[in-house]
Ligand binder design. Structure first.
Ligand SMILES: Nc1ncnc2c1ncn2[C@@H]1O[C@H](COP(=O)(O)OP(=O)(O)OP(=O)(O)O)[C@@H](O)[C@H]1O
Length: 315
């Protein structure tokens, strides 16, 4: 993957009625990657991408897309950047063909919309009206419309919300194809599985700030409890001794089953504790937690703000 920055966001700030909803956000998206913005409702994800798209004027900070200011260099941004907006709608009676034709007329060097329709599996639906399309077909159309201007960057906001698992999987494959064709993807998502599957790197937003920026596996690894140990001990263990294990984050006991969240260090110490007490462990399982747990850990009330570990150039 080339290491060239295509989107640069530095100290971005935006307030609504005196309330800071984006509060000093900085990140860089490299050309050719899928970069995710992940965060709870109201964290400032959409506001951030709208500033990148030039749809909102930042109160402070600097945003550049391939060196252009999205707010002032409108012509360049229209050429460079395609966007699928959250909760997009089209005229109910417009057909797929009409929508693609119309949007391609808005661009100076459009992609061949017929090829695009074929690539996105819409060629069998060209005469279908927008209102009659399924959720998955609508999303494919929005992706096609975002790509019809031959952009170098595409912004996808809550792309698969409301889709069934099958349509979601299909859409994910499409996004990977888009990335493989050389287009950089900035993806806003709530879905951990989506972020984990698609994103090369993820910025976790919380209260308008970046709580963490890393690869999906890096986020999981930096979570304070990235390992879950579950077992049925041959006899109960002292809860105080369990709570005192190194790097332990949580201990739960239910119906004789013990579940401990911690790290590899916790596993080693637990093995020692069992041996010292002459306790055997039935059905012992040690599993890596996923991004879900890491996300909760990073966006929870006690979560510290952590700088980006994937590049030394970002603030
Ligand atoms: N035009 C606006 N006027 C006033 N407040 C706004 C406006 N747009 C967004 N907000 C507020 O700014 C905050 C951040 O909103 P934003 O849509 O950026 O968050 P988000 O992370 O994308 O949330 P969601 O996941 O729910 O879409 C929210 O509290 C929202 O209510």
């Amino acid at each position: 993957m080339p290491n060239t920055a295509i989107i640069e966001v530095h100290d971005l700030r935006k307030s609504y009625r005196g309330r800071a909803v984006v509060d000093g956000v900085s990140f860089t998206v490299r050309e050719g990657e899928i970069f995710g913005l992940l965060g709870p409702n109201g964290a400032g994800k959409t506001t951030t991408v709208e500033c990148v798209e030039g749809l909102r004027r930042p109160d402070g900070g600097r945003v550049r897309v391939a060196g252009f200011d999205p707010h002032t260099d409108r012509e360049a941004i229209t050429r460079l950047l395609g966007a699928q907006l959250q909760e997009s709608e089209l005229q109910p009676k417009i057909t797929v063909r009409e929508a693609l034709e119309l949007h391609s007329l808005c661009h100076r060097r459009p992609a061949d919309w017929r090829t695009l329709a074929e690539r996105l599996g819409l060629d069998g639906h060209l005469d279908q009206r927008f209102a009659k399309l399924s959720g998955g077909q609508k999303q494919r159309l929005f992706i096609a419309l975002a790509l019809v201007g031959n952009p170098r960057v595409v912004v996808l906001d809550e792309l698969t919300t409301g889709l069934d698992p099958r349509a979601r999987q299909d859409t994910w494959r499409l996004i990977e194809d888009v990335r493989d064709s050389g287009v950089t993807v900035l993806l806003v998502t709530h879905l951990m599985a989506e972020a984990q599957r698609l994103c090369d790197r993820i910025a976790v937003l919380r209260d308008g700030r970046i709580a963490a920026l890393d690869t999906p596996s890096g986020l999981v690894a930096r979570s304070s409890a990235n390992t879950e140990i579950s077992l049925t001990p041959s006899r109960p263990l002292d809860p105080r001794e369990l709570a005192a294990l190194p790097a332990v984050a949580a201990v739960r006991q239910r119906e004789g089953r013990l579940v401990i969240n911690g790290t590899d260090e916790t596993v080693d110490a637990l093995v020692g504790l069992l041996a010292r007490n002459g306790v055997t462990a039935d059905r012992l399982r040690v599993t890596d937690v996923g991004l879900d747990d890491a996300f909760l850990d990073l966006t929870g009330d006690d979560a510290p703000a952590v700088p980006d570990r994937t590049t030394a150039t970002e603030a």
